[in-house]
Structure formats: structure tokens, C-alpha cells
Design a protein around this ligand. Structure first.
Ligand SMILES: [Ca+2]
Length: 254
């Protein structure tokens, strides 16, 4: 996982000769020219703001870094390209400092695409007596073609869990996607992490929202002095046959 953070006030002069003092009118920050002007054909990224910091990654179309500060999971690998949206950059001077941070995703097989059978297998573990299965149906998954289903017909706890490594004294965010049948009565689902010796867990409490769509659930936690925590997602039975679909669980350092 990669996070790109430009220093938004750094400036580059986009025209002139290097021996000249800055003229002051042609300095741009990574946001590009103000007011915005869509770059015409011939620019590295036509349609995006002129002289802005643009990124390109494999087959994804170019994007303006300052307009896309959210986190995306793209599920591919390749070469990331960052540059100024300026067709003639040999005469530029100044610099934009850009922090590029690379994170390891602590969760293994969070999208369940690595699960090959119907039963839950490593690195996922299960808790509780009701059945937990892997379903293969692109239409039912949040992404990819596989997802997990936890069933629960009684009153007990049924869950998927995975121990994950963490850096001590680091803040993390756990994100996952959960879906219930529109008629589901589940209001007893929990998603989060257990830290050794700490109760209750750092968790989000949620349930069916009757939409029948995937809900994004997140929770933040601080690792304290731990190097391992246990990720969990499950629900307490409500004495009727209930199901919860799970997909795309990730942990990001905040
Ligand atoms: Ca999936």
C-alpha cells in the first residue's frame, strides 16, 4: 500500500531560464495553476489542471494527486509515475518535495480470493459452532469473486479471526465490508481487534441496515506495546437463522 503526500506549499517555476531570479508570476504548487485550467492535448495529462502534480499507475488513467487524497485499493502492481502536468519541463526550476510511504498490509487474504475450498482455511481461523464458508460468486462479493459467510442459528458467538502483526505504538485503522439479507434481524455484529490483556476489544458494533448492500465498517486502534493483535469479525446469534457476508478487510496505519 502506498501513500503519496506532497508538501502542498512547495513551488516550482514553470518557465524561464535557470539563471534568472524568479519572476513571481509562474510559480506553482502541486495543485497546479490557479484558477484551474484544463490542460489541452499535448500535455502529459490532458483534461487535468495545467502544471499540477499528476500520477499514473499501470492502466489507470492519470489523476491529480492533490484532488485524490483518499485511499484506494487497486489490486495490482507496477510502476508509479509522478510528474508535473507541463509539456515542456526542461526549463523548470524549484522543487516539490513528495513523501511516498509504503505500508505492508497486515491482513493476509482479506478479500478471501486466496481461499480455494468452501471451508475457511489459513490464514483465517473460526470461532463458534455454526458453519462458516467461502462463497464463490462475483455478484455477491464486494470485490473479486470470493467472500466469506458466517451463519448463526442460535445465541452463541460465531466469527472469523486472524492474528496480525503490528508495530508497537502505532495507530491503525481496520476497515471491512459486511452485508446482511434485507430481512436480517442481526443487531449484534462486532468488528475490531483484541489486544492482549485488554478488555473490551477495540471494536465497532453494527448490524443489518435493511439495505441488503455492503456496509463499510471501520475502527481505529493503537497498538500500545504489542507486536501482534487478533482481528475478528462476527456476530451473536439472535435465535433465528442469520447470515453475514464479509469481504475486503484491510488494516492501514493511520
Ligand atoms: Ca473478495
Amino acid at each position: 500500500m502506498v501513500r503519496i503526500t506532497p508538501r502542498s506549499t512547495d513551488e516550482v517555476s514553470t518557465t524561464g531560464w535557470w539563471w534568472q531570479p524568479a519572476e513571481g508570476w509562474n510559480w506553482v504548487t502541486p495543485g497546479g495553476v490557479q484558477p484551474r485550467q484544463a490542460a489541452p492535448a499535448g500535455y502529459p495529462a490532458p483534461g487535468l489542471n495545467q502544471n499540477s502534480l499528476v500520477g499514473r499507475f499501470n492502466a489507470f488513467s492519470s489523476f491529480e494527486v492533490m484532488q485524490n487524497q483518499r485511499c484506494l485499493q487497486v489490486g495490482t502492481f507496477g510502476t508509479f509515475d509522478l510528474r508535473i502536468n507541463d509539456p515542456q519541463d526542461w526549463d523548470n526550476f524549484g522543487a516539490w518535495n513528495i513523501d511516498v510511504k509504503v505500508y505492508r498490509n497486515q491482513v493476509l487474504d482479506g478479500g478471501f480470493e486466496g481461499q480455494r475450498g468452501q471451508s475457511i482455511s489459513s490464514p483465517w481461523l473460526t470461532e463458534g459452532a455454526s458453519s462458516k464458508v467461502i462463497a464463490t460468486a462475483p455478484s455477491g462479493s464486494h470485490s473479486g469473486s470470493r467472500f466469506a459467510i458466517i451463519s448463526n442459528g442460535g445465541q452463541g458467538w460465531n466469527a472469523l479471526v486472524q492474528p496480525i502483526p503490528v508495530r508497537p505504538n502505532t495507530e491503525y485503522e481496520v476497515i471491512g465490508f459486511f452485508k446482511f439479507h434485507p430481512n436480517s434481524r442481526v443487531n449484534t455484529a462486532f468488528f475490531g481487534v483484541r489486544l492482549p490483556g485488554v478488555w473490551p476489544p477495540k471494536e465497532s458494533h453494527f448490524g443489518s441496515d435493511s439495505s441488503g448492500l455492503y456496509q463499510r465498517i471501520n475502527v481505529r486502534f493503537k497498538s500500545a506495546d504489542n507486536t501482534s493483535v487478533t482481528l475478528f469479525a462476527g456476530f451473536w446469534g439472535v435465535n433465528s437463522p442469520e447470515f453475514m457476508q464479509i469481504d475486503d478487510i484491510i488494516v492501514l496505519s493511520a
